[in-house]
Design a protein around this ligand. Structure first.
Ligand SMILES: [Zn+2]
Length: 139
């Protein structure tokens, strides 16, 4: 025996829909289901939610980081920039949390900063110490 549509009172031919009209919940025929907002009742067959897959990153736009190397005049840059900032070698050592001897050796070119120290120097001085290979440095 078919269910009776709660709106039009006719036997429901087809799937029974549950809709909301003016705050009331009605079980209705397909025709009347357009009169209200369809709601999901527990027990109703729920369509599987669409699987939203984010598009994979486009490989062709991937940025290839150029090979970087320490610029050959890094010690001049360090020394000049430090002096411009009015810092002594000792001050710089404290700022960078490095020993005074490290700063001295850096500025004479006897010590090449490792990656971490280079990044620290770049950040502190707001200068680029790593340059792409083969790039001409113009003063
Ligand atoms: Zn109806």
């Amino acid at each position: 025996m078919p269910e009776i549509c709660e709106i039009c009172g006719n036997p429901v031919r087809g799937p029974v829909s549950t809709i909301q009209v003016d705050g009331g919940i009605f079980r209705v025929c397909p025709t009347c289901s357009r009169l209200g907002k369809p709601i999901k009742m527990p027990g109703d067959a729920q369509p599987a939610p669409p699987i939203r897959s984010s598009p994979p990153p486009r490989s062709d736009t991937r940025y290839e980081e150029p090979e970087l190397e320490l610029r050959p005049d890094y010690y001049t840059v360090i020394k000049n920039t430090r002096e411009k900032m009015g810092l002594s070698q000792e001050d710089l050592g404290k700022k960078l949390n490095e020993k005074l001897s490290v700063v001295k050796h850096l500025e004479t070119g006897k010590l090449k900063p490792d990656n971490i120290l280079t990044r620290k120097l770049e950040h502190f001085f707001k200068v680029k110490l790593l340059v792409p290979e083969d790039e001409d440095i113009e003063e």
